[in-house]
Structures are given as C-alpha cells and as structure tokens.
Ligand binder design. Sequence first.
Ligand code: FAD
Ligand code: FES
Length: 248
Amino acid sequence: MKTEKGTILRQECIAKDTYRMVITTTQSADMNPGQFVNLAIANVMLRRPISICSIDKDSFTIIYKVVGKGTALLSRMYAGECIDVFGPLGNGYVIEEREQEVLLIGGGAGVPPLYELAKRYLRCGAHVDVVLGFHDEPSIFYEQEFRDLGCEVYVATMDGSYAHQGTVLDAIDQEGIKTSFICACGPLPMLKALEQRYTKGYFSLEARMACGMGACMACIAKDAREADMYHRICKEGPVFAIGKVVLV
Ligand SMILES: Cc1cc2nc3c(=O)[nH]c(=O)nc-3n(C[C@H](O)[C@H](O)[C@H](O)COP(=O)(O)OP(=O)(O)OC[C@H]3O[C@@H](n4cnc5c(N)ncnc54)[C@H](O)[C@@H]3O)c2cc1C
Ligand code: FES
C-alpha cells in the first residue's frame, strides 16, 4: 500500500447519482478484487474509502454514489485533474478456485467490487451468476457490463420499475438459482438476509472509517464465535467469510 498522485483519465455519470472514475496508478499489479482505496478530497477532512471496481494495466476504475459532501465534491472533479490515492487497502475476496458455480450478489453501491471478482472467477472457468439489486430503474448500472464478461445477470428493483420486483433474494427465488457459494457486497439488511440462507462464501462489509489502515480502531466488527475478539474492517476485512463477524 502507498500514497500516490493519480490522474483522472475519465469521469462520467452512469446512473442516478452514480459516477464512474478511471484513475492512473502504478499499483495495478498489487490490487485485488474486494480491496479499496482511500481518496483524499479537497475540503473534506477524512479520506473516503471506495472499492476497486476494475483493474487494468496502468489504471483502475471506481464507481461511487453521491451521498454527501465528499462524494459530491468527487463527482465535480474532471479528467486531467490529480487525485491523491492511498491503497490498495484491506483484504479482498479469496478466490476459491475449486468452486465451479459462483453466485455474486450486489446491492446498490455494493455492486462495484463484484465486477473485478467476476472477471477472476470467469478466468478460473467458473459459471458466474450475478444478481444485482437497486432501488429503481434509473439507479441500475453494470447489468450489460457483467453480461459482456460472460455472466448470467439478473436484476431486482425494490419499486418493481425494472425486472424482478423486490430484493435480491426475491430475484434468486423467482429465477430458481440454487448455487450455494456466494460472494456479496451491499447494505447491511441485505447481508443479514443472505446470512440466514447461505453459509459458504464471503461478505464485504462497510463501516465509517478514519485511518483506513488499521491504526484508529474506528471500524471494528465483533467476532461471531470468540468473546472479546474484534476485527478491523479496514485491515482484516472488508471481506470476511460468511459467519466470521457479527453483522450489526
Ligand atoms: C471499504 C469500503 C468500500 C466502499 N466502496 C464504495 C464504492 O465502491 N462505491 C460507493 O459509492 N461507496 C462506497 N463506500 C461508501 C463510501 O465510502 C461512502 O459513501 C462515502 O465515504 C461517503 O462520503 P460523503 O462525504 O459523500 O458522505 P458523508 O457526508 O460522510 O455521509 C453521507 C451519508 O452516507 C453515510 N455513509 C458515509 N460513509 C459511509 C460508510 N463508509 N458506510 C456506510 N454509510 C456511510 C453517512 O452515514 C451519511 O448518511 C465504501 C465504504 C467502505 C468502507
Ligand atoms: S479505519 Fe482506522 S482502524 Fe479501520
């Protein structure tokens, strides 16, 4: 992990309040799906953690939703500007090469890290189903991009404005998807619901972060089995095996 000044190669709005940014980096070879970068944004105090969505030779891509001051300022940066990147951070998804059927489940701003993960599993020869959950049709992104990789893609919208109405679990039930190994990233209620059904796979967790590198203990999660044991989401995570930590 290191701090470097990247250059923004591209910045575009790809869905409602959702932007894709491509940044130059010298760190591609060290990046793995599920890891994140901590971006310094002018006029906000703390860096903002954003998942690595796609890794290329001399650049990487992030996709972020505008939810507050930091992400709003980020969305106003433009191609050619420099951006201070600290990363890659955390532990990403373990690639279980023996799994030949993989189900990736993303909710909203949790979708991006699954894209590079899908590429890795496809490279291993796995069949990859992807279920994407969004609030409504204007919020949908990367349905076609996952399909172009070679994944089977299903979409659920809470308001029923596109494809399956309801949650990602509703879409999984309606499509009769039986895959037992999952990798998921998304809002806590989604992960909690998935934990009721699945025992094999990995969840990527979010937390309010400060240092992003394990020093401040702002982002701890309690171990699900051992009393008084905690894990730092930024350092031991953000990806954990299902059942490893208590979801709160
Ligand atoms: C490891 C990690 C990876 C992430 N990857 C992505 C990503 O790929 N794309 C993306 O859009 N977002 C991602 N996030 C969330 C992103 O970091 C926050 O949305 C961002 O920091 C908000 O900054 P802000 O200044 O715009 O909002 P703020 O003004 O700080 O907050 C606005 C609202 O967002 C909520 N919020 C802020 N930070 C978080 C957080 N970390 N987790 C949950 N809620 C938060 C606040 O509670 C508040 O309601 C990730 C977070 C983590 C920890
Ligand atoms: S954000 Fe400081 S330890 Fe995780």
